[in-house]
Design a protein around this ligand. Structure first.
Ligand SMILES: Cc1cc2nc3c(=O)[nH]c(=O)nc-3n(C[C@H](O)[C@H](O)[C@H](O)COP(=O)(O)OP(=O)(O)OC[C@H]3O[C@@H](n4cnc5c(N)ncnc54)[C@H](O)[C@@H]3O)c2cc1C
Ligand code: FES
Ligand code: FES
Length: 1282
């Protein structure tokens, strides 16, 4: 900032001058709210998702260059931007001028579904291309490590960007792949044809930004007054790397990217023995956070933060780095060691001292260095434990001269294994040292059960296993130098190479349309998502992108901090005095009903007398701005008196007999008698944790009051009609006064059906009371706390089976954790029961479903709606039967699968399993299952610390609502005199492509190009009483309704067309207009009368079934619990696909979401029922590194479905269940490890199969050592399994 306190920077080439800029204002809000540049999205606000990625460019006077780097705008204070040029997605191209090739590619490749992540993806790759116009695929992969997508499964995004890449490995028409025409034209857009880069589209760096920066005057930051705030990132002296003959001095303000780049250079240029420390550092830097974070984070900031989860300190300390520190007293040098850190977040440095640089020494010929880290996810994830280890061996011997071992993540501060290092000095590197070292480490490093983040036993195991890895690494070096008589057994070698993150790619096949189909008929062709270009350019509008309405206010919820308590008093007086605060609302302010009625279940909008979970809405603060509302909400004082009982887990609910009604039972055959005839009976259970929707766009809306009690609600809802009903109810007005508008959702996945209606009602009440528009936009943490997600399930089973694996009887009891209110829990439990047979004909099958009432936020719908839980638990039983019979799991699946053409489900619904059988056979064949199974067995014999597993499963998934009245759809087609067509329907576009498919259908019927048909929004005033977009039924209901409406229109136009066959569409329309023919037609679809008679336990629950099969292979690291997905093949029967590209996208995205559910997504609750995992830092959804490098999806050819529109099938939900193939492949791999360790091969593995669970299930000497240290009386655990 200049001395005159003017902050000057550029945005998309436009100069911005800010006087007295707020040091707390982040770039993302500045862009979105002050500049109206809403293309940059805000999703997590914490650097963990990449949705807000923008490019910064600045002049670097040190070497007279212009640097371009991607950053997270949500972490970039605007005051750091003086002299910087910002480029946002709007700055690189638009549909109105010219698209940038990056925008075009992601759209064409079907890499944009809901589109909320898309601008961030675009900017990450755009920045890469600015720096490296011809990148490798690995460069592209790395550029995207900080960008999350919850919809696509990443593969199409990566494929789209292949076009910029120098690699010639893609399956592309350009590389001679015989695809018959260009890949892009064929629709799957893998074409690596050079994207047309136009340098003139690059914004020129503003020439007069080539200057220096100065320091701001006194400022407030984080509520505290600071005389001086120095932005170290812009002080040249702190940003240099200086090489000396002892090593390198790294300026404290060097970014981690700068350090990484320099280390990459030096390890290739300098002798290996000198740079081993740098190689180890690189190893850490490669997976530390993301490109965006590394571009912003400084070496000094990482060290001084004194956060044991941060990775740099352990390796730098092990390398015996020194810190050069300056103050007005002069310079001093401090060793970077355990004494530097005094507590969490605290170092020995005084507050008046500044870290100038870190000196990293070269290594010597007999010095060996390794760094290790293990995290929840391999990239963009803090480590559980990180470690730096340096061993100096006496020259030409195998004797330890010096040892330096540091661990981070084992306690509040960095820890040195002091006595281990001291005692092992002088010892020879061999088995005895290993044993002694492990014993010493157990004394040196004791992870307390109360450690921040929990998982103490696992962390303790990692401490030992990292040391063991070091042992093997050094031994290998010593045997190579012929100074050790010990050898690393070949089967141990694989423990030494970390998993490599790879670029996913895949093969896709689908049925092409017959030659006889008109080339202008788009049905069956892979058309791009209708709004993909708008999404890629940031033009697509989500609710929070709508400009401020004049006088608009903001509302923030005040939520309960107690799990079960009486509300004694609410004191909002302090909040009401705060600047900008307009009002505080609670139950008494609701003019209509404070109840949300859902079937027979009611839920309070605002808690009235009692709270029943942490996160329950008690009140709401309305203020002029969101910051003011948020600050004020925190100062509302609620006094509680706690109530008993209070409990959170399924087990506790069972012991309290705390259940919701109705409980459900389904039975086929005589289960009890069949158990008597079975050769064997096994009993087991499987717990499945819940799942957070983590849609990239958080929940919210804008309520705009109108005249005469009217209210317009612009909302991200999957069920606009329900939102309308609830808003009207809360306002005490009739539904015709309330209009809900849904343009699009940035992802829904079932999470935007129920809670959004309550939020809308509260916001509308605030708007009605204030007489002003009110906006509500949940922050990520609020969203995760308030809205909850997928139900945790506990499945207990008893299975009777014979030696050949035939299951003759199964008795299953499902318990779900429903949370504090019923919401949709009983319907979800019903769906779990209806899917408990999956694809298996178990002649005697009984399922009992119980929803537990606990004091947690109410669980709700999530893609699959109980199906994934139902399927996983029967798959667990099948897996166990196979293990006990000693049979390959796929054989057991085969003998039990439905096979007769005329089959009946356990709820007596007639169906033909032919599609499933075909998918199964084709999947095994395409996956080369048998061959790979043998290779896996061979691999497992040859490797002790790495194991592989493979699992294939069939799937039968019911489509449609089992409540028959929901199976309806409505549409409206309006044709204007210029021939353009405006479609409306009751579905909501949330990325699944419902609008695209509706337009394809309309185009076929009306025989007009898709380009003249548009869909503007979903509006309750246009299509009344629409059912939710859910149950994989959206296209079925909407598609049929659109078809009906368009057919009606065509019947009306037919006489005109017949009379004037030579005319064009527009001429027919004009003629029809003159003939007073209505150019507006409604369509309706009355779906099937599905229902289940729960008394009898039978009924046609579904319209039809979508079938499929999936095969996944994984590899696990038995020492750390890390796993790598290797390959997945899916064959899916989607009937005759309306749009194969969208269907493949749903399959890939659904699978990856399932992969998250069953492997890495873990919600943690404190013992007081408080959700701890409230953002991407704690809760990990799959990132690019989790996608199998080989990911093939095939749509079953020659498939049909007489029940749905144009023979298609619903596909949104089924693929989620396939994620459990990864889970069972992991379980198989763990079994192999346990076999080697000589422990019981059958064991319980709960879902998700996190690194912790995998590691602890691979029982061995290290886990035994770690568990032997467990204190007999445990202190309060970090989290509980709910
Ligand atoms: C989403 C996310 C994921 C991350 N993942 C990882 C990870 O996996 N591993 C990891 O190691 N780190 C991770 N980090 C941390 C990251 O690497 C940075 O170290 C951290 O964000 C600090 O950033 P900074 O450099 O901007 O420091 P700042 O936030 O600017 O500073 C941090 C502290 O250090 C002080 N400070 C900074 N420089 C100096 C100096 N020269 N002299 C004196 N005091 C100074 C500041 O006053 C402040 O108190 C992650 C961060 C985010 C946001
Ligand atoms: S919103 Fe900035 S990284 Fe998520
Ligand atoms: S398209 Fe990526 S989050 Fe929806």
């Amino acid at each position: 900032m200049s001395p005159s306190n003017l902050l000057v920077f550029f945005v998309n080439g436009k100069k911005v001058v800010e006087k007295n800029a707020d040091p707390e204002e982040m770039l993302v809000s500045y862009l979105r709210r002050r500049m109206g540049l809403t293309g940059t999205k805000s999703s997590c606000g914490s650097g963990g998702c990449g949705a807000c990625t923008v490019m910064l460019s600045r002049y670097e006077p040190l070497d007279n260059t212009i640097l371009h780097y991607a950053v997270n705008a949500c972490l970039q204070p605007i005051v750091t931007l003086h002299g910087v040029a910002v480029v946002t997605v709007e700055g690189i191209g638009s549909t109105k001028t010219k698209l940038h090739p990056v925008q075009e590619r992601i759209a064409l490749a079907h890499g944009s579904q809901c589109g909320f992540c898309t601008p961030g993806m675009v900017m990450s790759v755009y920045t890469l291309l600015r720096n490296k116009p011809r990148p490798s695929m690995e460069d592209i992969r790395q550029a995207l490590t900080g960008n999350l997508c919850r919809c696509t499964g990443y593969r199409p995004i990566i494929d789209g960007f292949r076009a910029f890449c120098i690699d010639q490995s893609s399956q592309c028409c350009q590389n001679g792949a015989a695809t018959g025409g260009c890949c892009v034209e064929n629709g799957m857009a893998q074409c690596s044809l050079q994207a047309d880069m136009d340098p003139s589209q690059h914004l020129i760096f503003p020439p007069h930004l080539m200057g220096q920066i100065t320091v701001p005057g006194p400022q407030m930051l984080k509520g505290e007054h600071h005389d001086v705030i120095i932005y170290a990132g812009r002080i040249s002296e702190l940003r240099t790397l200086t090489w000396t003959n002892t090593g390198v001095s790294v300026g404290a303000a060097c970014t981690l990217s700068q350090l990484k780049e320099e280390m990459e250079r030096v390890v290739t240029e300098e002798p290996e023995e000198k740079t081993r420390g740098f190689t180890a550092l690189l190893n850490t830097l490669n997976t530390l956070a993301s490109t965006q974070i590394r571009n912003m984070a400084t070496v000094g900031g990482n060290i001084i933060s004194a956060n044991p989860k941060y990775d740099l300190s352990s390796i730098l300390a092990a390398l015996r780095c020194t810190l050069n520190v300056a103050s007005t007293d002069g310079l001093r040098t401090l060793p970077l060691n355990e004494e530097f850190y005094v507590d969490f977040g605290k170092t020995v440095m005084r507050s008046d001292e500044v870290l100038m640089s870190v000196h990293i020494p070269y290594t010597t010929a007999w010095e060996f260095v390794w760094s290790f880290r293990q995290a929840q996810r391999r990239e963009l994830s803090f480590s559980y434990v990180n470690s730096g280890m340096v061993v100096r061996i006496r020259e030409d011997t195998d004797e330890v001269e010096h040892l330096n071992i540091y661990y981070g993540g084992t306690g509040a501060t960095l820890l040195r294994a002091t006595s281990t290092c001291h005692t092992l000095q002088g010892r020879r590197w061999g088995e005895e040292l290993l044993a002694e070292g492990c014993g010493l480490l157990q004394l040196d490093v004791r992870v307390s059960p109360a450690v921040h983040g929990g998982r103490a036993e696992y962390r303790q195991t990692l401490v030992l296993c990292f040391f063991y890895k070091l042992y093997l690494h050094v031994l290998l070096q010593l045997t190579d130098r012929n100074v050790s008589v010990n050898r690393v057994p070949p089967e141990f070698l694989s423990a030494l190479t970390p998993f490599k993150n790879e670029v996913p790619h895949g093969h896709h096949t689908y049925q092409v349309v017959p030659d006889s189909q008109s080339s202008s008929d788009p049905v069956g062709r892979p058309s791009m998502h209708q709004a993909a270009l708008q999404q890629a350019t940031g033009e697509a509008c989500y609710y929070d992108d709508l400009p401020q309405v004049k006088g608009e206010l903001f509302v923030v919820m005040v939520t309960s901090t107690r799990a079960h308590a009486k509300i004694s008093a609410i004191d909002q007086s302090e909040a009401l005095l705060m600047p900008g605060v307009v009002d505080f609302l609670s139950a008494a302010d609701v003019p209509g009903s404070n109840r949300r009625l859902w079937f027979s279940d009611t839920e309070e909008l605002f808690a009235e007398e009692e709270v029943v979970c942490v996160g329950q809405i008690i009140g709401a603060v309305v203020a002029e701005s969101r910051e003011q509302a948020r600050r004020a909400a925190q100062s509302v004082r609620v006094t509680y008196s706690d109530l008993l009982p209070v409990f959170y887990t399924i087990e506790e609910a069972i012991s309290h007999q705390s259940f919701f009604e109705p409980q459900r039972t389904l039975q086929r055959g005589d289960v009890d008698t069949a158990f008597l005839t079975a050769q064997h009976v096994l009993e087991g259970q499987m717990y499945m944790g819940g799942q957070e929707h983590f849609y990239m766009e958080t929940q919210g809306l804008i309520a705009v009051p109108g005249e005469n009690g009217e209210m317009d609600v612009f909302v991200a809802s999957q069920h606009a009609a329900f939102t309308q009903e609830l808003v009207a109810g809360a306002l005490g007005v009739s539904s015709n006064k309330v209009t809900c508008h849904v343009k699009r959702l940035g992802g829904g996945f079932g999470g935007k059906v129920m809670k959004i209606a309550s939020l809308s009602a509260i916001t509308a009440v605030a708007a009605a009371k204030a007489g002003r528009a009110v906006r509500c936009c949940l922050q990520r943490g609020e969203d995760m706390l308030i809205t909850s997600g997928r139900h945790p399930f506990l499945g207990k089973y008893k299975v009777g089976y014979n030696d050949d694996g035939t299951i003759v009887a199964a008795d299953m009891t499902y318990y779900s954790n429903g949370g504090c209110t019923l919401d949709e829990s009983s319907f979800i439990m019903e769906k779990a029961l209806l899917h408990m047979d999956n694809g298996y004909k178990i002649p005697n099958l009984r399922g009992h479903g119980v929803v537990c009432r606990t004091h947690l936020p109410s669980y709700t719908a999530f893609r699959g709606f109980g199906g994934p839980q139902g399927a996983a638990i029967i798959e667990s039983a099948v897996h166990e039967v196979a293990a006990r019979c000693g049979l390959p799991a796929e054989k057991v699946r085969e003998v039990n699968m439905y096979s007769e053409e005329v089959s009946y489900t356990h709820h007596r619904q007639l169906f033909s399993p032919r599609g499933m059988q075909r998918c199964w056979a084709e999947c095994l064949q395409k996956a080369a299952y048998q061959h790979r199974l043998e290779s896996i067995q061979e691999f497992n014999r040859a490797n002790r610390w790495r194991k592989r597993g493979i699992c294939a499963m069939p799937l039968k998934f019911g489509v449609g609502f089992s409540k028959g009245f929901y199976n309806q759809g409505a549409a409206l087609v309006n044709v204007f005199k210029d021939g353009s067509v405006l479609l409306a329907h009751g579905g909501t576009e949330m990325g699944q492509g419902i609008n695209t498919k509706a337009i394809q259908i309309a185009s076929r019927v009306l025989k007009v190009p898709m380009s003249i048909i548009s869909i503007k929004e979903t509006c309750t005033g246009t299509i009344p009483n629409a059912t939710p977009s859910a149950a994989s039924f959206g296209t079925d209901s909407v598609g049929m309704a659109v078809k009906d409406a368009c057919e009606k229109m065509m019947r009306r136009l037919e006489p005109v067309m017949k009379k004037h066959p030579e005319c064009t569409w527009t001429q027919w329309i004009i003629e029809a207009y003159y003939q007073k023919i209505s150019l507006s037609a409604t369509g309706f679809f009355m779906g099937p009368p599905t229902s289940v008679d729960w008394e009898k336990g039978e009924g046609e629950a579904y319209y039809y079934f979508t079938f499929g099969a999936c095969c996944s292979e994984v590899e696990i690291d038995c020492l750390t619990g890390d796993h790598k997905n290797i390959r997945t093949d899916i064959v899916m029967d989607v009937g005759k696909s309306i749009n194969p590209a969208l269907d493949v996208g749903q399959i890939e995205g659904g699978f990856v979401q399932g992969l998250g559910l069953y492997t890495i997504e873990e919600l943690q609750f404190s013992p007081e029922g408080v959700l701890r995992t409230r953002g991407p830092s704690q809760y990990k959804v799959p990132a690019l590194c989790d996608v199998p490098p080989q990911f093939n999806v095939h749509l079953l050819a020659d498939a049909e479905n007489p029940y749905a529109v144009y023979m298609s099938k619903g596909i949104g939900e089924p693929p989620v269940s396939f994620g459990c193939t990864v889970f069972f492949a992991i379980k198989q791999a763990i079994s192999a490890a346990r076999r080697d360790a000589g422990v019981e091969e059958t064991f319980v593995l709960n879902s998700p199969a996190t690194a912790e669970r995998i590691r602890m299930a691979c029982e061995d000497q290290f886990t035994h050592m770690a568990s032997s240290m467990k204190p007999s009386s445990c202190c309060t655990p970090w989290s509980i399994n709910v």
